[in-house]
Ligand binder design. Structure first.
Ligand SMILES: [Zn+2]
Length: 97
């Protein structure tokens, strides 16, 4: 991945994790470039398929593209930062839970 593409991802995300929105300056672990659709699922290394993720989010997500929704029990596609609106999927409750 070239520097231009890395810079685009960091700048577009404003140096925040695109899953939990944690700013880079809040953690010592350097945020990572995430293939939203993992390379093992043939996700390309293109701006549309790359996102910025903090270490805990990227480590938890791994190469997964879906999970089991705990409330419905159904297989559900994971949040996609280029397609989905963050505020429709997440919120801050202010208690760190
Ligand atoms: Zn995160």
């Amino acid at each position: 991945m070239n520097r231009l593409l890395r810079n685009l991802v960091w700048q577009r995300a404003d140096s925040r994790c695109e899953y939990c929105r944690m700013p880079q300056e809040f953690t010592d672990a350097v945020h990572e470039i995430d293939h939203i659709i993992a390379e093992q699922h043939h996700g390309p290394t293109t701006p549309e398929n790359l996102g910025l993720a903090c270490y805990p989010c990227n480590n938890h997500k791994g190469p997964n593209i879906a999970g089991i929704d705990p409330s419905s029990g159904l297989v559900t596609r994971l949040f996609h930062p280029r397609v989905d609106l963050w505020a429709e999927h997440f919120y801050w409750n202010g208690r760190g839970e």
